[in-house]
Design a protein around this ligand. Sequence first.
Ligand code: FES
Length: 165
Amino acid sequence: MNIEGVKISEILERYPAKPEYLIFLLQDIQKQYGFISSETMEQICDRTGVPLTQAYSVATFYQSFRLEPKGEHEIKVCLGTACHLKGGPRIVNELERRLGVKAGETTSDMKFTFDTVNCLGACAIAPVIVIDEEYHPNMTAQKLEKQIKTLGQDMTEVSEVLGHA
Ligand code: FES
């Protein structure tokens, strides 16, 4: 695998071939490719000597590691206490209904990855969502649809394509 000029093998060789470097390798691969494929995970395990099941346990324990590719746009909905009380679950339901995916999933057209997170440290402007690293305060279903449209994608069309209108 070779994306943006950096081969997996180049990343694997950055660290000594020892189990204690597993997390460093997972972090570097994730940073470079945005996710850790099953093929890459096997290469990491071959290199470090960590059993595959143990490596997956580590990767799934830390929420920051992704085992599937991300969509073009990433939407994170806060479900911390303040956001939960101010309508976060309604935003989640609206996204699930319109995109046709559950939290943690990516639409089949690879346009959107949607996930929930705990407190983003911006409780005063709850409910908060983050689209492509940009915070959007006091979110409502209407505002959400507008934001998505500004990304050049009509969620209604997405919904129709996916058969969830
Ligand atoms: S609970 Fe959502 S920002 Fe704090």
